[in-house]
Design a binder for this molecule. Sequence first.
Ligand SMILES: Cc1cc2nc3c(=O)[nH]c(=O)nc-3n(C[C@H](O)[C@H](O)[C@H](O)COP(=O)(O)OP(=O)(O)OC[C@H]3O[C@@H](n4cnc5c(N)ncnc54)[C@H](O)[C@@H]3O)c2cc1C
Ligand SMILES: *[C@@H]1O[C@H](CO)[C@@H](O)[C@H](O)[C@H]1NC(C)=O
Length: 633
Amino acid sequence: MTSLRTLFAAVFTAHIVSAYNFPYEGVQLKDSDIGDDANLAFGKLPPGTIPKCKNYPGYAGWPSSDKWDALDVALGGALIKGIPPAAACYDGEYKDAMTCANVRRRQTDALFVKEDPVVPFNQWQLDNPCPVPAASESLPISDCSLIYFPAYVVNATTVKDVQLAVNFARNNNIRLTIKNTGHDFVGRNTGGGALQVWVHPMKAFEYLPTFQVGNYKGQAARVGAALEQWEVFSYMGKAGITILTPGSPTVGAFGGYMQGGGFSYITSKYGLMADQVLGLEVVTADGRFVHADPTENADLFWAIRGGGPGNFGIVTSAIVKAYPSTTISRSDFTIQTGPVFGNSKTTVRVDDETFWKAVSVYFSHNLRVNDAKGIMWNFIFTEAPSRSQPRTFTLLNQITKPGVSVQEMKDLVAPLIKDLNDIGVPLDNPEPLFWETFADFGTLPGGPNGGTSNSRLVSRLFPRSNFEDPKSDTFLKSMAAIRSYVEEGGYNFHSVDFAPTYETAGYPGSDSAVSSHMRNAVMHMTGWDNRQYGADITDEQWKASYARLASYIQKLRDASPGSGAYMNEADVQEPNFQDSFYGSGYKRLLKIKKERDPWSLFYAVTGVGSEEWMVEGTRGLPTQQGRLCRVGA
Ligand SMILES: Cc1cc2nc3c(=O)[nH]c(=O)nc-3n(C[C@H](O)[C@H](O)[C@H](O)COP(=O)(O)OP(=O)(O)OC[C@H]3O[C@@H](n4cnc5c(N)ncnc54)[C@H](O)[C@@H]3O)c2cc1C
Ligand SMILES: *[C@@H]1O[C@H](CO)[C@@H](O)[C@H](O)[C@H]1NC(C)=O
């Protein structure tokens, strides 16, 4: 017999269980922790007057060291000073020969940077404040501007840590930044004089054979916010399932990647990462810890999925869709104008004229491959002429599709090979690579790897309509712009051609903040500057190099009118970023932003509402090291 008491207990327990995903989320900030400490109090609406500038080290409003010490005590010692590892190479209290030697060796290693609480991958975003001196450089040198880094970092291992950071930053009018892996191309993950929340410790995974929310019923997984691609591959292998992942091993799967959209090798079949999300655990700007899903806090749930990283709250975990294990296959070939090295079975040499015809033929198969739920991934490399070699061009192709056999993959590629043969490219249909599972496909033999670079990125989304008719003006104009970008510009071209349509997104993915431009796109093109934006270049060199790159990406924009760019792999100076990155959802996002974060606590460059703010003292460069102030206030 079920008594009322046990029934109540069961309901109550169920509620507790569904309230959060992992034990680290059970540790939350309580009123009794706060007492009457105004620094740690939760936010109340209305927000009152918003000061013109955020407090910055050295200015009158900056908290005293006693206040910082008190925060550290409340955090149980999780507050870290924002000291970059390269400070060890400079005279002063952080000087340390061993640490400096280690930084010299590892500064461009992704595995090093993602484990560091302070430095972002692209240090130009902070105006290269503490460059690692070359081994030949003699000491003393004294050019490490510590003030340009986040001032303090909260090493967040619990929800309570995140709440304390959010409340302290908001109550003291300090800039708040969030670092996960630090991969961001735009500079949204860092800022001078900020209190930075480092979510990196939030790693956890649980497979859910059945899960139900709203209209969804099926497999799912609980995922900690900080899991990286390689960790997700490892977990999905053990569970025998498929989960969407980013393309590179150390990119976070559920941080900025998910919040900006997030495409994968399997996106044309399963959608974007934002489309996988069924529930979110979030600390909002008022410091409260909330659950968001299609039925609860639906505004946040809508905005965080695709509405821009670090803009609406700090995500501590999510529940995402899982699918049965799938096969996956890939067809690789290379067409080039230079001498053939490497695999002579899948690499052919052609003359310049045939090369550019082949590029057009290749892209004329974009829609066919996308509609068959495959993706195309390619580079067009160029090499400047040398005395012994003429200018060379290389088209590197990978076509990938989940859920196929080797023969089905060959059949998918066959019409493309035939068309290439017809214009004089002597290529046989390559023997595809094949993996029994997506986990096998993604698990690298030597573990995760990767490097960092300090160049600038530009990008463009090309819509479906550009590829519908290979004889149309729009298609020809697209091809001409790509050719000019490579041939005249001398830049390398990269595109990933996937189709995250509303239909593929399904439920609840199709109703999210993912940009309308992204939904209509079948090609995401990226390019980058040949120059590294290090401390060794002058502002004039920086501006000239960027202006040249911008003039070539403009041709790609002109060839795709009315489209936009993918915010996670984009130019920080993208013109009209509001439409380009967010599409038709921007107005609604701005409304939610004002309601949920009237303090502009979660500022991020190119984020929703960021047009109201500027960084001081950047000499016209799009960097984040200075004091953050409101425009025209
Ligand atoms: C080598 C490389 C490969 C890539 N491959 C792909 C790819 O295949 N597909 C793709 O779509 N993109 C790809 N990207 C782009 C990637 O989506 C972005 O770099 C993204 O910003 C990475 O997110 P992160 O959380 O790992 O990095 P971070 O730099 O730590 O964070 C990025 C942004 O997200 C915010 N953020 C992070 N975690 C949280 C959180 N828990 N709560 C709230 N805000 C948070 C940060 O504040 C910041 O604004 C790649 C990038 C690189 C450098
Ligand atoms: C962050 O916190 C974890 C858990 O307490 C600890 O193991 C780790 O060393 C800390 N990292 C840094 C850089 O302090």
